[in-house]
Each structure stands twice: as structure tokens, then as C-alpha cells.
Design a protein around this ligand. Structure first.
Ligand code: ZN
Length: 411
């Protein structure tokens, strides 16, 4: 997917603004002697930017517009080290809202919907992003934020929420609670807009059937506005990405070279019109691929596949590279287990061991199931894991993102 003339012109505008502001990337460009790009080949010579650069710019080193034009900051959670602070101008906030409104529209959501928003409000971009798009659309926002499942369900029933916005983990938790309480007939939900956490087809199926709703994957990250930069349409052929605001590349994370459309790699994003903190060739570490061809919906926005994981999800076990998504694909072949699982990796007596916990109900022979799963996993990744089968409901559920891989080797 080559960069267009128009996008190149937009990149040049951003380069000028970055150099003028002397922000971290402006300095990087100045050092590299780059003042503009005139062709797709030139564009590919631009240096990448990384989360580390953004962290080093803490607190406000990314600010590219004059301070009097900055109306807001957001921050990524930053589990390690300093957080990343992203400044927004009024136009950035507005552009983000427009993109998010478009996401809702693609999902068939209208100003008659009542949108139940469970992602958190605060420094991060989650709740407020869903809210901003909802208000632009003219729908009714129900700004719940996370937690307090009793209150969530009470409001959902009494207000007749028609759209659920949440992480997949929380959507599953709500599905199970609604079933447990036998209140499904009082729930009016029709659609779910689910944040871009990686989730399995099995979990999608579970929520789709449990709540009887259509599900949409929304993509985004704090560094690039927040959630709302792309969503799948009714044909569910990948997420359309708003290329009038962003240019997206897929690269090989090892060689850093672009891969052909259709091939898997790391998503790299350039913001085309962002003022507060433009980013050029930002490495997201999210793994996906561009879906070639056109979508039956007729929209020309390019599409990416659901996020397969992150480059840093890869686990090295017994010298073998393993992605959680590979284990997930194997588990998907066993209809008798639930969508939840946990992988624990430890190091005992000089050897790595991998334990996989799965859930099933009492009608299944646990030992036999464990053996069959272990065999299938071995044929996929090359070594035999220890599989532990437990009762449904035993593995932890979460209101945010569920930690499914626990590496005890580095504790
Ligand atoms: Zn489409």
C-alpha cells in the first residue's frame, strides 16, 4: 500500500512543523538532514520512532504546536518507567471525534442508540474517546467507566443500553453475569464495540451467542489519538483504517523493511494531520497484516486483520519461539473447553516448563482431555506442555485486560 501524493504532501507539512518546534523527532530529522520527502522511496528513508523516544520526551517534549493551542493531554499507562504524554490541540480532539463517529456509523450505530461506555475515564484515551465519538454522533452516552458490575447491569436494564463498549475481557465477564442472573430477556443490547485487545474467535463466539449481539473490533492506541482509528464493517473482513488521517505500513520487525500486502508484520503509523504531537513512522509493535483487495461494503479505506498479538508477546521456551496466538489456535479446536485459558511458564531444575490451564464442565474426562490437548500443542510448537484441566469459572475474569500469560521465570 504505497503512500499517495496527497499523503506525502501532508507528511511534508508535519515534517516542517516538527523541525520548527524542535521536538524530539524534529531534531532527529534535522540531524539526518531531512527537510522534505518527494517520493514513496524518500518516505521509506525516514527514521522510525519508538515508544522509548516518546518516554525520553517526558513530560512535554512531544509538544509540536504552540502551548496556547494545546487543550488537553493524555497519557499511556506505562507499566515500566516514565509514562508517555501526548498533547492535543482542539483540532486533534475534533479529528479524533470525527474518526470515532465514523467508527460508530460503520458499525450501524445511530443517534437513536444508547451507548454504554465501560472503559476507564482519566488520563488514558479510552472512555473519553468513546464518549467524544458518541456525542459527535448525537447518540446518548452512558458514561459508566469500569467496575461495579451490579450497577452496570442495573443501568443497562433500566436505561435500555443498546450498545456495549468494553474490552473483550469485560464483555465476557458481563455475559457470564447476565446468564448467571437470568436477566438476558431484560437486556436490550444489539451491538458491542470491543477495544483492540487481542481476543480469540472462541471468545468472540461466546460473547456473540451469550449476549446475542453483533461485535465490532475497534483499533487505536494512545500515541495515535486513542481508540477509533479503525473498525470492521458489517462484512467483518478486517478493520478499515482511516487513511485520510493516518498512513499505515506493515514492516518485518527484524529487517525493518516493508512486507508485501497480505503478509504479517508490525504495524507502523504516520499521523497525517495531527498538530499537538505528530508521529512519523511510529512502531506500534502490534502484529497484523494488510488485507489485499476491496471490501464488499464498497468503502475504499484500507483494511488490516485483527491484531494477532505484539512483537513483545513472543515467549522463548526451551529455545523455541512461541506466540500466545499459536496456543490459542490449538485450543480453538476443542469445543469442550471455555474461551478462557492461562499459560504459566516457569524454570525448574534447569529446565523451562510450560503449563496450560483450560476450563471445561464436569461431563468431560479431565485426564483424557489434558492428554489430547498436550498432543495437539506439541504438534504445533514442537514440545509437550503440562495441561491442567479445571472447572469452568475457576480461571480469573477481569474488568480490564485479562493476563493470560504468566512468565514466572523472571520473578
Ligand atoms: Zn468493509
Amino acid at each position: 500500500m504505497q503512500i499517495t501524493e496527497k499523503q506525502l504532501a501532508q507528511v511534508n507539512d508535519r515534517i516542517k512543523a516538527l523541525v520548527k518546534s524542535g521536538s524530539f523527532y524534529g531534531k532527529k530529522l534535522e540531524e539526518a538532514g531531512i527537510t522534505e520527502v518527494n517520493s514513496p522511496e524518500d518516505f521509506l528513508k525516514l527514521p522510525f520512532s519508538e515508544k522509548k523516544d516518546l518516554r525520553d520526551a517526558y513530560p512535554l517534549g512531544l509538544m509540536t504546536a504552540p502551548e496556547e493551542e494545546i487543550v488537553r493531554i493524555h497519557s499511556s499507562s506505562g507499566t515500566t518507567g516514565k509514562p508517555v504524554i501526548i498533547p492535543y490541540t482542539a483540532k486533534d480532539v475534533d479529528d479524533w471525534g470525527e474518526m470515532f463517529k465514523r467508527c460508530y456509523e460503520v458499525a450501524g450505530i445511530t443517534n437513536k442508540d444508547r451507548i454504554h461506555i465501560t472503559p476507564g475515564y482519566g488520563l488514558w484515551t479510552a472512555g473519553i474517546g468513546f464518549q467524544n465519538g458518541c456525542e459527535k454522533l448525537g447518540a446518548m452516552a452512558i458514561p459508566m467507566g469500569p467496575g461495579n458490575t451490579d450497577k452496570q447491569l442495573e443501568m443497562m436494564v433500566n436505561l435500555g443500553s443498546t450498545v456495549l463498549c468494553s474490552t473483550s475481557s469485560y464483555a465476557l465477564l458481563l455475559t457470564e453475569e447476565i446468564e448467571k442472573r437470568g436477566i438476558k430477556d431484560q437486556i436490550k443490547l444489539k451491538k458491542g464495540v470491543i477495544g483492540s485487545e487481542r481476543w480469540s474467535d472462541k471468545m468472540r463466539q461466546r460473547i456473540h451467542e451469550g449476549l446475542g449481539i453483533e461485535l465490532y473490533d475497534i483499533y487505536g492506541l494512545t500515541e495515535i489519538y486513542g481508540p477509533g482509528i479503525g473498525i470492521n464493517c458489517e462484512y467483518n473482513t478486517g478493520m478499515h483504517i482511516w487513511d485520510d488521517y493516518l498512513y499505515l505500513e506493515i514492516i518485518d520487525p527484524e529487517t525493518l523493511q516493508p512486507v508485501a500486502d497480505g503478509e504479517e508484520g508490525e504495524i507502523v503509523i504516520t499521523t497525517l494531520v495531527k498538530e499537538g504531537a505528530p508521529l512519523i513512522r511510529y512502531r506500534t509493535h502490534d502484529l497484523s497484516r494488510i488485507i489485499p483487495g476491496s471490501c464488499p461494503c464498497g468503502r475504499s479505506y484500507p483494511r488490516i486483520d485483527v491484531i494477532k498479538g505484539r512483537t513483545d508477546d513472543m515467549m522463548k521456551i526451551k529455545g523455541v519461539n512461541v506466540f500466545p496466538s499459536q496456543i490459542e489456535e490449538v485450543l480453538a479446536q476443542f469445543p469442550e473447553i471455555s474461551s478462557e485459558y492461562q499459560i504459566r511458564i516457569s524454570h525448574l531444575d534447569g529446565k523451562d516448563t510450560m503449563r496450560i490451564y483450560v476450563e471445561t464442565n464436569g461431563s468431560v474426562d479431565f485426564d483424557d482431555l489434558a492428554k489430547r490437548i498436550a498432543e495437539k500443542v506439541k504438534s504445533r510448537i514442537g514440545f509437550t506442555p503440562i495441561v491442567k484441566v479445571v472447572e469452568i469459572g475457576v480461571l480469573p475474569r477481569s474488568m480490564k485486560k485479562t493476563a493470560r500469560v504468566i512468565d514466572e521465570r523472571f520473578d
